[in-house]
Design a protein around this ligand. Sequence first.
Ligand code: SAM
Length: 280
Amino acid sequence: MAKLIWFFKRVSYRTLAPLFPETISKWRIQEVAKNYNMYTEENEEYYAKLYFHIIKTKFQQVFGNKKLKILDAGCGQGRLSIPLAIMGHTVEGIDFSPDAIKLAKKYAAEKNLNNIYFDIKDIDEPFNDDMSERYDCILCTEVIYMVKDYNKVLSELYRMLKTNGLMFIAFREKYFYLLYYIKNKRFKDAKFILSNSKTMSGLNVHTHKEILEILFHFRLKDIEFHGIGICSGIEGDPLSSIVEPKNLTSDEQKILFEIETSLSKEYSKAGRYILTSAVK
Ligand SMILES: C[S@@+](CC[C@H](N)C(=O)[O-])C[C@H]1O[C@@H](n2cnc3c(N)ncnc32)[C@H](O)[C@@H]1O
């Protein structure tokens, strides 16, 4: 039965994708969010710790010990929102996947948190007018490469950030996809992104320089780049053939963590994602 459903989905995807590319792409992303739990997957837990290390350091630099109002845009199952609420910040997490939001609410309830709110929302759609300058910090990790119009989404996020507020965006580097396609001998796809900032299946990919231009366009200041996972990966990633964090002993994982955090700025282009931080 499961195989039949899989086959049906695959055929519908192939037939309908060229006719309704945006709808089908969203449906596909939501299917992944339904079946892949980033809160519990072991490698993802490791990468959440990498994000956290950078986020906490930056919070200290910019805000000291102040408690913040944070938006986590495309929060998934709450892998980053929940630890931020545990730190005492007020967090609003939004995602267009009802399944991800349902799980995020469940995990937050298990921790008895009353300073976190999750809601279903498509960030490709505009936000209410009265939300300008609402947040001290906005987080949008591993989402921008999936959205329809990243410029529109980023303008909305920028609008909702307070002046002197802090923005974290994790972009997908073009280099990651080049390695991925070449590793899988998908040379047509690799060639396509040489002159495009979208993959053939419509995902947004950027070079380091393009990311910098995007952030400059929004007049963001104090821009920093960090590579997330500069010498490791999750199954399917190009760097997973070096190592997957979940396959290491806890001592080995600690050393990998130390290496990947110490050199994340130096090798920012090499990561699974580039995490940018910037101030409005
Ligand atoms: C790779 S996950 C990252 C989740 C979370 N930011 C994290 O780092 O753990 C991408 C998430 O973005 C969500 N997403 C993608 N496009 C979206 C959109 N247009 N509006 C809201 N959520 C979106 C997906 O449903 C998925 O949960």
